[in-house]
Design a protein around this ligand. Structure first.
Ligand code: PEP
Ligand code: MN
Length: 336
């Protein structure tokens, strides 16, 4: 950080600030200007609360220099991280397509979905067994039965499984079935859950909270990585704005911003981002054009019968069309 002293700060006040910095085992670089003195702190000062310094006499303000996240930062790891997903590497030249229903509803529904998304080109099957629903009266998912059905669909199609865990207690169970554990938007800042998936030894798909900043998303990734798990895929899934015509507002900006700030792969969820199936393909194309490493798309064989998120789910033929269109965009931006 940089500590900017007030223009009338005394030599004694400056000396006290310097002594305080040095008491943390850090060094200073003092620049005495005509107007005021600026103290540059040398060393990693992230563990220190900057307000400690702002409350000292003679200090005008402090300015952070280091990003508050390290492991997720590109500064620490300049090349793109590649996260293995079955045969492919998410974050590499190939676009990863993850698709399937919002929720696992029945054996027939998940198997039909799995075969359909595989035929269209998906590399992984999504489907929630534990569902974070706004209302406690809405369908909450099939629980472990849903996980068993996902495992059966993996067996039948070879597609790896992406499914959500909602609490630390669920993580060991979900990890037994899932190839990728999803952390939903509502749980992005559930730090006990982040620590627990950090320890679970599975790839994590971390969705951005609907009211979270990009930096907060990266801080959440940092929690998982700090437990020794660097297999984290970030997902922009739309944020809440004043616009009510669509369910959320897909923050396309987040894609290039994240690609610049972090080495982790970034995928887009245009299904939750828009909430209406009619717009999913257009926003999917935009995401790939903006540099996303993949897409997660809700697909249901009969959206009108879906127990959750039918309005934003594509029928298999529409999903196949999306794949064709996205492939053309991918090729135009030098990817496959
Ligand atoms: C989902 O993927 O079905 C889901 C609940 O997503 P989100 O957490 O982004 O709302
Ligand atoms: Mn959903």
């Amino acid at each position: 950080m940089i500590i900017v002293m007030r223009h009338d700060a005394s030599a004694k006040q400056i000396a006290e600030v310097v002594a305080r910095v040095e008491s943390h085992g850090l060094r200073v670089n003092i620049s005495r200007g005509e107007e005021r003195t600026i103290i540059g702190v040398i060393g990693d000062d992230r563990p220190i609360d900057r307000t400690q310094f702002e409350l000292l006499d003679g200090v005008e303000k402090t300015v952070p220099i280091l990003k508050p996240f390290k492991l997720a930062s590109r500064d620490m790891h300049p090349p793109d991280s590649l996260v293995p997903l079955d045969g492919m590497k998410v974050g590499g030249p190939q676009i990863a397509l993850i698709a399937g229903p919002c929720s696992v509803e029945s054996r027939e529904q998940i198997l039909e979905s799995a075969f359909a998304v595989k035929a269209a080109g998906a590399v992984a099957l999504r489907g929630g067994a534990f569902k974070p629903r706004t209302s406690p009266y809405s369908f909450q998912g099939l629980g472990e039965k849903g996980l068993e059905l996902l495992a059966e669909a993996r067996e039948a199609t070879g597609l790896p499984i992406v499914t959500e865990a909602m609490s630390p207690e669920q993580v060991p169970l979900v990890a037994r079935y899932a190839d990728v554990i999803q952390i939903g938007a509502r749980n992005m800042q559930n730090y006990a859950l982040l620590n627990s998936v950090g320890e679970a030894g599975r790839t994590v798909l971390l969705k951005r909270g609907m009211m979270s900043t990009i930096e907060e998303l990266l801080m959440s990734a940092e929690y998982i990585m700090a437990q020794g798990n660097s297999r984290v895929i970030l997902c922009e899934r739309g944020i809440r704005t004043f616009e009510r015509y669509t369910r959320n507002t897909t923050d396309i900006n987040a894609v290039p911003v994240l690609k610049q700030m972090t080495h982790l792969p970034v995928i887009l969820d245009p299904s939750h981002g828009t909430g209406k199936w009619e717009y999913v393909t257009a926003v999917a194309r935009a995401g790939i054009a903006a540099g996303a490493d993949g897409l997660i798309i809700e697909v249901h064989p009969r959206p009108e019968e879906a127990l959750s998120d039918g309005a934003q789910s594509l029928r298999p033929d529409k999903f196949a069309q999306l794949v064709t269109e996205v492939r053309r965009i991918a090729e135009a931006v030098g990817r496959g």
